[in-house]
Design a protein around this ligand. Structure first.
Ligand code: GLN
Length: 207
């Protein structure tokens, strides 16, 4: 088994907990350092990235969380969570910082005001089966990805060419869309598999 946390300072927590449980993980909310210490992996949910940043720093959770990410804890950032994992942000709120870890630049609200939200089916690398139904809500877009970043999915537009909307770098996964709202748990399953691997590595062969 494995235990996966959902950062629960702000944003859509309940849907992620449900998806993780459907994947067979023990799923718990994480608001404090003591809770963070117990999880094998973490979801950073959608919501409002500048609000989450403020709360992370107000609670002091930002420091141990950066430490766990640096130590290789698997994580999935969705939408605002993708922004939190990005090393660089365009259109950040005044003073807004990120946790970082993913060598990408993201643009907040990257699909423009006219298209606040949209849904599309996309093919995502590493996911067997049919196209994934992806729901975008005031989503960021990845405008630049470093050489160590694997592009998992793109959509056409909003500017000329394709836009990167899902990436992976090591044990860090990020999607511009919300994989927790479609009832398709394949993205969460990838994280839960990484969490199981991290767990067995920590426990050793006897675990
Ligand atoms: N636009 C939000 C932000 O900048 C993200 C929206 C979302 O997570 N659904 O944080």
């Amino acid at each position: 088994t494995c235990r996966v946390g959902v950062l629960a300072l702000q944003g859509d927590v309940a849907e992620h907990l449900a998806a993780l449980r459907r994947c067979g993980a023990e799923a718990v909310t994480v608001r404090r350092e003591a809770e963070l210490a117990t999880v094998d992996a973490l979801v950073l949910p959608g919501g409002e990235s500048s609000a989450m940043d403020r709360l992370l720093r107000a609670t002091g959770l930002d420091v141990p969380l950066r430490g766990r990410l640096r130590d290789g804890m698997p994580a999935l950032g969705s939408c605002a969570g993708m922004i939190l994992l990005a090393d660089r942000v365009e259109g950040a709120a005044p003073g807004q910082r990120t946790l970082g870890g993913l060598d990408v630049t993201v643009r907040r609200n990257g699909f423009g005001r006219q298209v606040d939200s949209f849904e599309t089916d996309l093919v995502m690398a590493g996911l067997p089966g049919p196209a994934l139904h992806a729901v975008f809500i005031r989503a960021p877009r990845v405008v630049q990805a470093g050489p160590g970043v694997q592009v998992l999915a793109t959509v056409a537009g909003p500017v000329a060419g394709d836009t990167i909307v899902a990436v992976r770098q090591g044990a860090l996964l990020a999607t511009a869309f919300h994989p927790e709202v479609s009832g398709d748990d394949r993205v969460h399953r990838v994280l839960v598999d990484l969490a199981r691997g991290a767990r067995s590595q920590r426990e050793g062969p006897q675990g």
